[in-house]
Write a protein that binds this ligand. Sequence first.
Ligand code: ADP
Ligand code: MG
Length: 244
Amino acid sequence: MTAERAILTTSRLTMRFGGVVAVDQVDFTLKTGELRCLIGPNGAGKSTFFKCLTGQLKPTAGSILFADRELSGKNTHDIVRQGIGIKTQVPNLFDGLPARENIALSARQRHSQKRSEEITDEMLELIRITALAHREVGSLAHGERQLIELAMVLAGQPRLVLLDEPAAGMTAEERGRLASALRDLAGRMSLIVVEHDMQFIKDIATEITVFHRGRVFIEGDVAEIMAHHEVQEIYLGKEADGAA
Ligand SMILES: Nc1ncnc2c1ncn2[C@@H]1O[C@H](COP(=O)(O)OP(=O)(O)O)[C@@H](O)[C@H]1O
Ligand SMILES: [Mg+2]
């Protein structure tokens, strides 16, 4: 089996904006089926790293290998076609259609009508939003819309899913649903989640990569990272200030 194989590897990945080195020679590896959180203080380079992976930015230097194919320099459309699902912070929904139709349309891009219906039902259950299936998405709350959009990304059956602050603006209850769904997904697909809500990260109990000043500062499991003195200084301390 290929469980221990890397699905994504970046080598010396670098993104400069003029004189600012936002991502600085980052070597990063994600194993197949792994769920990984990227954390770090504001300005650490998380979003820039994420945008390099999604093709929203063209890296200045370095490489991004996904299933042994080079992604660096490719556009988002091509990256999605390689089997990467991308959820950014701006929901991209058809407000006039029911949730179920939105998800089915996404599945339909790759599958037969019949298979799309099955996938749609699976995703509604997996994300725990079956009760929303027949609601028009225009009438839903922000967090519910985020959950629908996640279901749409997953309905494309990607091998790797990239989520940028998926819990942002969600209620505690919605966050709980999302955390459960992400735990269920790990192993079935590979996931990278950019997130700064430490409680949410504890809930998904994931492996963590800490970014600091454009570099990978340290990697480890939740307990190791939370107990790490310097991480508390660079990240948790600032987070505590900012949370007030
Ligand atoms: N489009 C841009 N142009 C210039 N500088 C940018 C741009 N995007 C990000 N930066 C800078 O890159 C650094 C990393 O930012 P970012 O990746 O957004 O960090 P994070 O997501 O960890 O908060 C910051 O210094 C930020 O000001
Ligand atoms: Mg960011």
